[in-house]
Ligand binder design. Structure first.
Ligand code: SF4
Length: 118
């Protein structure tokens, strides 16, 4: 999921770059991989998407949006999700819920010993 809290807001001037996108009218499945896609078909699809991005007049705005929104999937601004993640580094990693370690794995709180408890 994208992080919409980082986006500029609903004003048209922030989004009208999309009207000039080279991918308007192109099947969006070219930019997003289907489940389980691997190897040659995956690489060929991404390269085809990148060729469209290479000639796009709003590539910079698109990439800026994707980085700000932490778009997790697809080709945006000519970069794949892995390439965008490499640009963002660890600080830009998608947020994931952290689970507290269980009692059994927390060294500071040993599992409760109940034998002989009062
Ligand atoms: S850079 Fe690529 S994904 Fe972004 S608007 Fe242009 S064609 Fe579409």
């Amino acid at each position: 999921m994208s992080e919409i809290s980082r986006l500029p807001g609903p004003f048209e001037r922030f989004w009208d770059w999309q009207l000039d996108a080279a991918c308007r009218g192109v099947d969006s499945s070219l930019f997003f991989h289907p489940p389980g896609e691997r190897g040659g078909p995956h690489d060929e699809r991404e390269e085809a998407a990148k060729r469209i991005c290479a000639g796009c007049p709003v590539r910079a705005q698109c990439l800026q949006y994707a980085l700000a929104a932490r778009e997790r999937y697809g080709v945006w601004g000519g970069l794949t999700e892995d390439e965008r993640q490499a640009l963002l580094g660890p600080a830009g990693a998608p947020r994931t819920r952290r689970r507290a370690p269980s009692r059994r794995t927390r060294p500071d709180r040993p599992a409760r010993h109940t034998a002989g408890a009062r």
